[in-house]
Design a binder for this molecule. Sequence first.
Ligand SMILES: [Zn+2]
Length: 70
Amino acid sequence: MDDVPACLGGLCVECGACGRGAIFWGQSGEAKMPTPDAARRLRCSACGAKRPVLYRAISEAEAKRWYIDR
Ligand SMILES: [Zn+2]
């Protein structure tokens, strides 16, 4: 187990098809999944595409920066 502690950061998800971005915070089930599992299981809520691009942010500030810069 080399997962980020559940209380920290978030899982940043960007759809490769339509570009929709989302952040799952550390408390949510999605954020607690190992990153490869999340990549297989998450699906875009806007267009339904699978295999989004994932980025594991270690802090809320980093996640927000990702969301603005992407
Ligand atoms: Zn999409």
